[in-house]
Design a binder for this molecule. Structure first.
Ligand code: F6R
Length: 607
């Protein structure tokens, strides 16, 4: 969480930093700040609240003339989200300024050590301790590079930071450990940032930094060192193919809506090059020579976890491979029971989620194979896995994940078909049928989305006063019910609970009342008759029912929302956007901040 950016180059630094922070605001928006060197001193601007408050404070000639600096947008971990705790933080002598993302776990010990040496602190943050530690080391070593290397050896936890010094205008230092940081290489200018969109309008050439790497850069050059031995490291420059528009709103009111509406394209992009139509085969080159696993263990969080649960149904039914799905924050602290031929599957949009990464590290430490299902090129999950399947959703900016889940479902479906094909579980007629439906999906969804948005808008006013909502489904729709509930609560702040419809009668049905409606996923499949009975149980207790269903399905509901019938599980690719649009329209109707819901951040890089 938190977004950091540093710039050094030929253009005015402050607008470049502010622009970068705008694209990083999805990582946190409790407070923001920036610092730069001008006329031999450090200038600091900070404000509580969103970036707008910082922009209102920027004044003075030096703001126009600075050509290097650092910026930060915060998601509070240590200390209240006020101005004093906002970044950048300065050392006691006002020589150094630092922005930090992550958690310094031993900051209390370091703070005590530094206080004993006469250091005083203004904020409650662990980040101020880090800049004071670096200043303390600088006193001793006389070189910033050495001071940084030593300080990095002293701190425990995760960090990505950028630092400037009053005595070295135009220079920037940055380093990372278990928090994302990328270097943007321009012409006569260089950047470091938590994520690529922060500098994408200026350069597409990026260097992915590894843990314990330290960068020293100015406008004309950049060098990466391995911090522990202070030795120069050669790095590969990657070219980013996606363009700036992909990370902008493109005429939509919110990123979330844009990303929901992009799902037909996501389907097309995910399928591109994956189907050999002549041979009627799935192509997953990344998995070539990999034996078909006997079991799959999925590790993920949030929406990615729901995608994993959906994948369980698909992999088990198509390929006959048993799948276990676990929330990463639980998995990482459990004893790892090693089962023969198990494939560990880390699912993560950002590829930077701390719990998912920790689970993945644990598996790798035991020498077991990890497949990453990941959206962000060069992210920590991608780099730490043995093999990666990229999900091709393009940059996802909205805090609430939408199109990334669509891409995860496509890749999981392809994975199920691929394993089924390798195990010869699937005859070519069946495969043909699935593939032809898959190919029709993008156009079908494209045609449906406008009506779906209208229906979502109609319905949300009716349910906006609900005290709480149940989302219920069975089989493949159970994970989607969980996802529908998550989307609703995170952006509209209405409490919602996803449930396996058959489980309701084991306790939660006690909560059914006229102001607790149920959103039922009651689409045509083998379990339809079962869910119909569950809905009758709800109606018998005066619970209003909104049913997402197919034309011609008879059921007991107060409201119907009909989607065209598609074969299972591909129906999910219509159900998912319907759920997303309902949550979106509800949040808009209630006047909530859709793209930046309270208390949340896009990538959860802390435990
Ligand atoms: C919900 C949401 C989160 C993420 C979760 C995992 O809309 O966005 O629940 O899905 O934080 O993030 P990734 O997939 O980046 O590991």
């Amino acid at each position: 969480m938190c977004g950091i950016i540093a710039y050094t180059g030929h253009r005015p630094a402050v607008p470049a930093i502010i622009r970068g922070l705008k694209s990083l605001e999805y990582r946190g928006y409790d407070s923001a700040g920036l610092a730069f060197v001008h006329s031999g001193r450090l200038h600091l601007f900070r404000a509580a609240g969103k970036l707008q408050s910082l922009e209102q404070k920027l004044a003075g000639g030096e703001v126009l003339h600075a050509t290097s600096g650092i910026g930060h947008t915060r998601w509070a971990t240590h200390g209240l989200p006020n101005e004093v705790n906002a970044h950048p933080h300065l050392d006691v002598h006002l020589n150094l300024a630092l922005v930090h993302n992550g958690i310094i776990e031993n900051y209390q010990q370091l703070k005590t050590m530094l206080s004993d040496q006469g250091c005083t602190f203004r904020s409650e943050t662990d980040s101020e301790v880090l800049v004071c530690l670096i200043a303390h080391a600088l006193n001793h070593y006389g070189s910033i590079l050495k001071a940084l290397a030593w300080s990095m050896s002293q701190v425990h936890g995760s960090y990505a930071f950028a630092l400037i010094s009053k005595d070295h205008p135009g220079k920037v230092w940055a380093a990372r450990k278990a928090s994302p940081l990328v270097l943007g290489i321009g012409t006569g200018e260089n950047f470091v940032a938590s994520d690529i969109p922060a500098f994408l309008p200026f350069t597409r050439e990026v260097v992915f930094l590894e843990d314990d790497e330290l960068v020293e850069m100015d406008s004309g050059q950049w060098n990466v060192y391995q911090a522990s031995i202070l030795e120069h490291t050669l790095k590969k420059i990657h070219h980013i193919a996606w363009d700036v528009q992909a990370a902008q709103k493109g005429g939509y009111k919110h990123f979330m809506l844009k990303e929901i509406m992009e799902q037909p394209k996501v389907l097309t992009d995910c399928l591109a090059g994956r189907i050999d139509h002549k041979k009627n085969r799935i192509i997953l080159e990344e998995l070539e020579d990999m034996p078909v696993p006997s079991r799959v263990q999925v590790v993920a969080c949030g929406t990615s976890y729901h995608a994993g649960l959906w994948g369980k149904y698909v992999l088990e039914s198509l390929a006959g491979i048993p799948v276990n799905v676990e929330i990463a924050s639980e998995f990482r602290y459990r004893s790892l029971i090693q089962e023969k031929d198990t494939l560990y599957l880390s699912i993560s949009q950002s590829g930077e989620t701390a719990d998912t990464l920790a689970g993945q590290h644990m598996v790798r430490e035991h020498g077991l194979p990890v497949l990453g299902l990941c959206n962000v090129l060069g992210s920590s999950v991608a780099r730490g896995a043995d093999r990666v399947l990229y999900t091709q959703a393009g940059p996802e900016i909205s805090v609430a994940s939408t199109k990334a889940m669509c891409s995860q479902l496509v890749m999981l479906y392809l994975l199920g078909l691929y394993f089924a094909q390798s195990k010869k579980n699937l005859d070519s007629r069946a495969l043909n049928k699935y593939l032809s439906f898959l190919n029709e999906l993008p156009d079908l969804l494209q045609a449906q989305l406008p009506q779906m948005q209208i229906r979502a808008r109609e319905l949300c006013s009716r349910y906006s006063r609900a005290r709480s909502l149940f989302y219920v489904g069975r089989g493949i729709y159970f994970p989607l019910a969980l996802e529908g509930a998550l989307k609703l609560k995170e952006i509209s702040y209405i409490h919602a609970q996803g449930y396996a419809a058959g489980e309701l009668k084991h306790g939660p049905i006690a909560l059914i009342e006229p102001d607790v409606p149920t959103f039922a996923l009651a689409l045509e499949n083998d379990l339809l008759s079962k869910i119909k009975s569950n809905l009758m149980e709800i109606k018998a207790r005066s619970g209003p029912v909104l049913a997402l269903t197919n034309p011609g399905v008879e059921l007991d509901a107060d409201e119907r929302w009909e989607l065209p019938k598609v074969i299972d599980p591909l129906n999910s690719f219509l159900v998912l956007p319907a759920l997303q649009l309902f949550a979106y329209e509800m949040a808009v109707y209630l006047g909530k901040d859709v793209d930046q819901p309270r208390n949340l951040a896009k990538s959860v890089t802390v435990e």
